[in-house]
Design a protein around this ligand. Sequence first.
Ligand code: SAH
Length: 268
Amino acid sequence: MVGKVYLVGAGPGDPGLLTIKGKECLEKADVVLYDRLIAPELLNFTPSHAKKIYVGKDSHHHAVRQEEIQQYLVDYAKEGYTVVRLKGGDPFVFGRGAEEAQILTENHIAFEIVPGVTSAIAAPAYAGIPISHRNYSGSFHVITGHECTDSKVSDEEWQALAKMTGTIVILMGLGHLQQITERLIQYGKSSETLCGVVSKGTTSEQKVVTGTLGAIAELCVQQDIVSPATVVIGDIVALSESLSWFEPRSSMNQEQMMSNVLFGGVLK
Ligand code: SAH
């Protein structure tokens, strides 16, 4: 009999943000294909016989090719296994989950999607930045910063975004932050617009930098901000000071989180 594939969102980093449904999938998995950004503790939910396959980038930044990942999904399911594809954040938010679901459909393999907590919302939330507030912003727009420099369509989107008053959230944008901010300013967004960058959000290593659109790229360089990072642009960033609640330094370290997963703490 052909097995089934679960495309599961692992959340942004804090293992406590996995959904109950996601945990149930891991508990019945024969095979787990997991990405770089997932909390490693989550793999402890899998049965002892489960095969855990890392398909993220290696230390030389070479990722397992997407086609190869898709082939694994198809092959293991055809062998009758219950397969979990564990992806950072939400599987359908810039996660290539849609492509994986399409391949499964083409191969007549049953699948379920288990949405996850996306970093687009959770990383700002852990920095005290709500992405909407009726007095500040009535919309939010999530865009990938990855293609900012080389896609024509994207360029038109950036022009439109620069004119919007809602909150802008940029994923995969840290590497191009200078170009992105310059472009938004060039297209009419005020260089005084507030901006927040949340690095390694929801984890014990979370770092937050806030500043103006004109200054934020330089501030990130000065403060050694690293990926993964979520960029939030809009007046709403002003709330981060008063609503900041998460203290990464005093939050659980890796070892404590492991013991919670294994011996029953917040996660059980
Ligand atoms: N599917 C994921 C996003 C994948 S794209 C989701 O829903 O969250 C990867 C990008 O997500 C990173 O470049 C970064 O912009 C963002 N990201 C992932 N984990 C993050 C974290 N812990 N803190 C801040 N941003 C994060």
